[in-house]
Design a protein around this ligand. Structure first.
Ligand SMILES: [Cu+2]
Length: 455
């Protein structure tokens, strides 16, 4: 998949300025908000008590949680394509407005969902920023991250809830959020140029939808997916059933969410460097209304794209040689942002049932094997299987979610790992990668686990 932002790097510019005034204070505000939110957001559990893969996402404390943000009015959507003129009504995209001028601080509220006064929304604030994420001691990679964590915060909501997400782009790059497995109105689905404009730097895009269907789902950026989704921008979206049928058969008392990941640290560094080089220039042009959609690589139709190519006005980036075209060969694999031995163990007690939600946030296939136990594979893509399967190895395909139930009937320390050997390595060195442990909390071990990163 092509990364549009690298296209932007080819824009011809004569000057580079800092971002427009005002955005600094806005960023400062966001940091303040994050700190305030710290009181209500459950932090990453300590000492391996990994209930979820990331910080849990609690609703903001009502609309007041964004006091300094632009007001989010009820009633007609702010972005009314039909009245925008300049051809926008025909194409539904602001990209083709004359000048493509989109000032920092804009709030985009697309049509398609009830207004604030029509339903009782749970309000969440989420942003994207660049962080330096540590996969392992000595392995730090710059990534785009939701609310500064990899993976992003866990949404834990109940089926039928009305969800409102204020998504602020706190980077110089474009992003969206796709709600993978959640059946949202199409204007909220987060696929740039297919059903929404990409969210520009400094902008807030307001997603509104109802949480359905119940089950294990996730969310991720859909812009420049190999870099953005694959290297940071993914998180779990759990929709609990009002009456959980599976609890009757498997009376689980704890549940864990495991996001399965693959990182190519060379690709990530190359891509991120290329982006940062080009984006400030592009954003300056954009702010000045001097950015041509074609420079961006945006076309109204396939025919327009073909015509631009044939006329020689536009050279597709896939015909050019450039660093971002390097093949993606993941060299680190992990669970919830960490590779073995930095991964957190699954905790269980004798006779306890636990539910484990596996989410494949990468482009690789995995085969997760549990030692010393059989488990029940009970759901896929959020839906209960008509007949659960008793297994010790479950396949987890790209984009899919798989739920398993484990019964604590064999106290000890047990490996839970991908059986594909190359995924159990750190930069080619075994052991590492997608390996964790099922650890009983309530027994007296005669052998205690140690650590090895070189065999
Ligand atoms: Cu993104």
């Amino acid at each position: 998949m092509n990364n549009g932002s690298a296209r932007m790097g080819r824009a011809t510019v004569t000057e580079v300025t800092d971002e427009p005034a005002g955005s600094i204070s806005r960023r400062q505000f966001l940091r303040t908000t994050a700190l305030l939110a710290g009181g209500v957001v459950a932090g990453r559990a300590v000492a391996g008590e990994m209930t979820h893969g990331g910080h849990e996402m609690n609703p903001a404390a009502g609309q007041g949680a964004m006091p300094a943000a632009p007001s989010l009015p009820d009633g007609p959507p702010m972005m009314d394509h039909a009245s925008m003129g300049n051809g926008a009504s025909e194409y539904g995209s602001m990209i083709f407005m004359e000048g493509h001028h989109m000032p920092t601080g804009m709030v985009i509220e697309p049509p398609g969902s009830p207004a604030d006064h029509e339903v009782d929304y749970q309000v969440f604030d989420i942003d994207v920023r660049i962080i330096e994420h540590e996969i392992l001691p000595g392995v730090k990679v710059h990534m785009f991250a939701f609310n500064g964590s990899v993976p992003g915060p866990v949404f834990n909501v109940t089926e039928g809830d009305w969800i409102k997400v204020n998504f602020l782009n706190n980077t110089e790059e474009m992003h969206t959020i796709h709600w993978h497995g959640v059946n949202v109105p199409y204007t909220m689905d987060g696929v740039p140029m297919l059903n929404q404009d990409p969210v520009h730097p400094g902008h807030t895009f307001v997603y509104r939808f109802q949480a359905k269907p119940a089950g294990t789902h996730w969310y991720h950026c859909h812009w420049g997916t190999p870099l953005h989704m694959g290297h940071g921008m993914h998180g779990a979206f759990i929709i609990q059933r009002k009456h959980e049928r599976l609890k009757e058969q498997y009376p689980y008392t704890r549940e864990y969410t495991l996001m399965l990941e693959a990182w190519d640290t060379h690709f990530a560094r190359e891509e991120m460097n290329g982006l940062l080089e080009g984006m400030k220039q592009v954003n300056t042009l954009m702010a000045q209304g001097r950015l041509d959609p074609m420079t961006h690589g945006f076309f109204r139709s396939y025919e327009e794209f073909v015509a631009a190519y044939k006329s020689g006005k536009y050279v597709p980036p896939y015909l050019e040689s450039r660093s971002s075209g390097i093949p993606i060969r993941p060299n680190f694999f992990g669970i919830n942002g960490k590779a073995h031995p930095a991964t957190s163990a699954l905790r269980i007690k004798k006779d306890e049932w636990i539910r484990v939600r596996l989410i494949n946030a990468s482009g690789e296939s995995y085969h997760l094997h549990l030692h010393g136990h059989d488990f029940f594979w009970v759901a896929q893509d959020g839906h209960d299987l008509p007949m659960p399967l008793k297994l010790n190895t479950v396949h987890v395909e790209p984009g899919g979610t798989y739920d398993i139930m484990i019964h604590g009937d064999n106290p000890g320390y047990w490996a839970f790992h991908d059986h594909q050997g190359s995924h159990a390595r750190n930069n080619g060195i075994y052991p590492g990668g997608m390996v964790t442990m099922l650890a009983y909390e309530d027994f007296e071990p005669t052998y205690r686990p140690a650590v090895s990163v070189d065999q």
